[in-house]
Structure formats: C-alpha cells, structure tokens
Write a protein that binds this ligand. Structure first.
Ligand code: TYD
Ligand code: MG
Length: 448
C-alpha cells in the first residue's frame, strides 16, 4: 500500500501559456504550403498501412494494448528497421528507445531473438539505435537534447514521470503532463514520437484513454492472448484513414506480417462440417474473410446458455430470437455457442447472416455449401438487409476461390457486381439458408 497525497496542482506548473510569448505568429493561409505530409517510409508494410503510409516527422503516436500482447516487440522491430542502414535510398534514422519497464540486457536479448541468424552468428545491430533505461522525464529530455534522435520510443508512458508533479508515475496527471511535454518537443523539433501505453481491463486509471486527444494517432494492438494473430488498428489518425487494420502473427522471432489475412484465417477450416460459415467483414478499407462456427446442444438449464466468442452478445441474442420466431428453429431448448476462428472480433452487422447460418447449420446438422460465402444483415422480421462495400467484399471472396455468394436482394441497381463470383440474392433469412445449406448429411460438397 502506498500513501498518495492529493494536492491541487498549482497554476504556475500548468503548461498553459498566457499572453504573447513570441513563439507563434498568425500567417496567411495562402502562404502555408498544402503539400501532403512528408513521410518516412516504414519497411513493415502492415504497420505503414495503419499509419497511413509511413511515419510523419513531428507526429506523436500512441500504441495501446493489453500487457503481453506484443507492443514492445513490434516497436523494437520498427526501431531496428528504421535505424538500419538503408536497403533502398532511405538514410538511416537515429533512434532512441527509452524503456522504463525492462533493463538494457532484456531489450538486447529480445533484439537478439528477433535478429537471430540462421548460422548462429552474432547479428550486427545498427549504429544509430540507442537504448536508454530511465523513467525521470527531465533526464530523458536532456538526453534527447544531446542525442537529437529522429525517432523516439517511450516504453511505456505509464512508467515515466516528472519530478515536479506530486503524483506517482502512471497517475492521470503524470501521464497527461509527460505526454504534453513530449508532444511539444515533437512539434518543435520534428522528431517522431511513439508512446506505448498499457490498457487494463478496467482501463480507467491513466489508461491511454486520457491521451487520445493529445496525440495525433492512436493505434491499438489487439488479439487473443492464446491465439497468435494480432490486429493493429487505428482508432484515430490525423494523417490517414481511421479503422485501418494491419494483421500480424506473433511467432518465435517476433511479429510477422500477414499480408493475406483471409487466407490465414481460413487455413484450418474443415470443409463440409456442419456449423461453419464464412463471413466477409470489412476492417477499415480491407475486406477480411473469417470463419464463424456455431454449435447447438440440448440444454438442461431452464435458461439455456448463449455463449459468444468474438461476436457481440446482444447480436447473438437477436439472431437466435429471429431464428426461433421467424424460422421455427427450436433454440429455446438449446445451448448456443458461436466462435470466430483465429481470435478475431467481428462487430459488423454484415456478419449476421453467417452467424445465423452457422447456428442453423449445426442445429440441422446440415453443412453450408463449401464454396459459398454469406453476406448480409438480419432484421427483426427475418428480412435480409443490404450492407456497404459489397463489391470489395465480393472481390475478396472471389480472390480466395469462392464460387457463390448469398447476398441480400438489391434495391438500387447501382454499380454492377464484380465478375468471378456468382451472386444469389435472397429476400429473407429463410430463403438465404435454403440456398446456402446442403441437405442434412448430404456431405458430398464440390471440394471435399
Ligand atoms: P511484449 O512485446 O513484451 O508485450 P508488451 O510489450 O505488449 O507487454 O511481448 C510479450 C510476449 O510476446 C511474450 O509472451 C513473449 C512473446 N514473444 C514471442 O512469442 N516471440 C518473440 O519473438 C518475442 C520477442 C516475444
Ligand atoms: Mg512491453
């Protein structure tokens, strides 16, 4: 137990400036350059994609995520890449990696693990990569002034502190004030800053939430601890699209980019097994094929279980209710489990039809046709509703060799649908399931 004395912050210590101090000048908008931000290319493509193309000098980026998810690993990999002598024309950057969590040795050992060579020889580390283990931000700022790095990593923002504030490291006022200092430095010097922040389950105390409005870009690294896939998601980006996603896999030698995620997520699929359906969801601008699994089993509980893994609980309740009322499936006596393969989370209504199909398929013991994807939102009357970006979804399904897509009926004849995949339009959930499910135990699918 640590006693924490709560003091009101004295106004003198706040960073707010009053009056003119000569730092800023009004400028004519016509005189300001409107060229796109210059970006430093980042060799890790999936990371660059989420950032909007590369690292913007003078920007400050927050990378949040649960402890142990791989934040330090990913940013160390980035540091190694950025400080490496240019493989293309890019000049190597001077990188400072500040850690308040691990010792220099620990970081070196991780770097050795990441860069291990096949023949067991000692890897060569870039000259321009510096490590600093320090938590006092005043000291860190002095080192920055002396070293003048182009890229700064702070691992983590919860461990650094300013001695003149009377609260402990990780408290809201410390986290906010430290981030503000680093931000001012980034803006004035052109150094790019990456802050690592932990989110706890409850996420309130000094979680990265308090930082979201201070930084330019907020990325979250997510994934199931017991699964190896990691999604890097941008939830705010002043220099690019939000909701963009990069996919990685945590392997023996760090985070490996998955450039074709749909293929990876479908790799272990059992074709023609009842209770499996393929959904096409959009993650930002990228369509992603995922397998949804449903399992129904007779319940001996008065209030049968509804257990979603990776889909929203209320969405599952709604879909089971529609299946019960509109299709006469007797789910009220069944426990229902739904699982998204690969540890992914699917929150889009466009996956409704696949969730419903996975459940109905298990209930009837009838597999979904192997070369078919299902796309559509399910309404309360059991109707199917159109979803956005249908063409991008269909193209991705076609690319992965799917022959047929069951989709909602089109109300507006807009853009023609892409070629390479046959589309069957269904008005209702009942119709769609009739088209997509094989007869029970009719297990000779086209690609068994
Ligand atoms: P880490 O980057 O330390 O997580 P964070 O900084 O988000 O807390 O990653 C920790 C986990 O990653 C740890 O359980 C070990 C695993 N790991 C690998 O599987 N492969 C690797 O090459 C490395 C470096 C770590
Ligand atoms: Mg870490």
């Amino acid at each position: 137990m640590v006693e924490e004395v709560i003091q009101s912050e004295s106004p003198a210590k706040s960073t707010a400036h009053h009056g003119l101090n000569g730092h800023s000048q009004p400028r004519r908008m016509s005189e300001i350059s409107g060229d796109a931000e210059e970006r430093i290319p980042l060799p890790i493509g999936e990371f660059a994609r989420v950032l909007g193309g590369g690292v913007v000098p003078g920007s400050i980026v927050l990378v949040g995520g649960d402890p142990g998810i791989g934040k330090s690993t990913l940013l160390l990999q980035m540091s190694l890449e950025m400080a490496a002598p240019s493989k293309k024309q890019r000049t190597p950057l001077k990188v400072l990696y500040v850690s308040g969590e691990e010792s220099e040795r620990q970081i070196k050992m991780r770097a050795l693990r990441l860069e291990r060579l096949e023949d067991g020889a000692e890897p060569v580390f870039p000259e321009d990569l510096f490590l600093l283990t320090e938590t006092n931000l005043d000291v860190i700022l002095e080192h920055i002034a002396a070293l003048k790095p182009d890229l700064l990593i702070i691992d983590s923002i919860q461990t650094v502190y300013l001695p003149d504030l009377n609260s402990s490291a990780g408290s809201v006022s410390q986290v906010r004030e430290c981030a503000n200092r680093l931000r001012e430095l980034a803006k004035s010097s052109g150094m790019a800053v990456f802050l690592i922040g932990h989110v706890t389950k409850e996420g309130v105390i000094a979680g990265p939430r308090v930082l979201e409005h201070i930084v330019d870009t907020v990325l979250y690294l997510e994934g199931d601890r017991f699964q190896s896939y990691r999604l890097l998601r941008s939830v705010k980006n002043r220099f690019g699209a939000t909701a963009e996603v990069g996919v990685f896999e945590m392997r023996e030698r760090g985070m490996v980019e998955i450039t074709n995620p749909s293929e990876a997520f479908l790799a272990e699929r059992m074709v023609n097994a009842p209770g499996s359906a393929i959904a096409v969801t959009m993650e930002g601008t990228r369509p992603l094929l995922v397998e949804l699994q449903g399992l129904t089993t007779p319940s001996n509980l008065g209030n049968p279980r509804r257990t979603p893994n990776g889909v929203d609980f209320n969405r599952l309740l709604l879909i089971t209710a529609v299946l019960t009322r509109r299709l006469g499936l007797r789910l009220s006596e069944q426990d229902v489990f739904v699982n998204v393969v690969g540890g992914l989370r699917v929150s889009e209504p466009a996956a409704d039809l696949s969730i419903a199909a996975a459940i109905a398929s298990s209930m009837r013991d009838a597999p979904v046709k192997a070369d078919t994807v299902l796309i559509g939102e399910v309404g309360l009357s059991g109707e199917l509703r159109w979803v956005s970006q249908m063409n991008a979804r269909l193209r991705e399904a076609a690319k992965l060799g799917f022959k047929t897509a069951v989709i909602p009926r089109r109300i507006r004849r807009g853009e023609p649908l892409p070629e390479g995949i046959a589309t069957i339009e269904a008005r209702s959930l009942r119709e769609a399931l009739h088209l997509a499910l094989l007869e029970p135990n009719e297990k000779v699918g086209p690609q068994e």
